[in-house]
Write a protein that binds this ligand. Structure first.
Ligand SMILES: [Fe+2]
Length: 197
């Protein structure tokens, strides 16, 4: 399922700010999966951290789209959100990110624990846990693939940043296809995650 993978950590100063934020959030609400995804305001610390993350992932999305041969012949957006799991929070039920214009989904393991909870689900309900789930692992997969994260059974905060790449238009220099989904519920999607053009 993984179509591109790389290991790279966030810059040290950004990494420590992300860890500090997630530590605080999982202490505040120890039984809830911490996520910046969803229609709610971000507090000042979240806003600062998300703003620091955007340039890093803008470069990363450009790198991925270049490998896919799409960087110079498409218009796209990406979004991102931050999540923190512990032994006391639930896992993440099986789901996919495709709602019409997402082509690629990705996750970046910011801090791993001594467990590999992330899985893809193939036909027939078979879970496949990829090996690349260590700190720094960035994995990209087709947005329609079902996936989830098992509840943690070990100590520690597992921190992940995830997102999608949404195609707006693509050309092969003969035919140009326009994707129109953002006209329908753009506001809703902006509210749900940090959205970047
Ligand atoms: Fe997901």
């Amino acid at each position: 399922m993984i179509i591109w993978s790389q290991n790279q950590n966030l810059p040290d100063d950004t990494l420590s700010k992300v860890e500090k934020l997630v530590d605080r959030k999982v202490k505040d609400k120890p039984f809830e999966l911490y996520t910046t995804y969803g229609p709610r305001e971000h507090d000042d610390e979240e806003t600062e951290v998300l703003a620091l993350l955007v340039p890093f992932y803008r470069d990363k999305m450009q790198e991925v789209m270049t490998v896919m041969g799409l960087q110079d012949r498409s218009a796209y957006q990406f979004n991102l959100w931050l999540q923190g799991y512990t032994k006391r929070t639930p896992g993440h039920p099986n789901h996919a990110h495709f709602s019409g214009d997402e082509i690629l989904s990705w996750s970046h393991v910011i801090k791993s624990v001594d467990q590999k909870p992330f899985y893809f689900e193939s036909g027939g309900g078979v879970k496949i846990h990829p090996d690349v789930q260590s700190s720094g692992d960035i994995n990209v997969w087709p947005a329609w693939v079902m996936h989830g994260a098992d509840p943690l059974t070990v100590e520690g905060n597992r921190i992940v940043i995830a997102g999608n790449i949404m195609l707006q238009a693509v050309t092969d220099h003969q035919i140009t296809a326009q994707c129109t989904k953002t006209q329908s519920n753009e506001k809703e999607w902006i509210a749900k995650s940090t959205w970047v053009s």
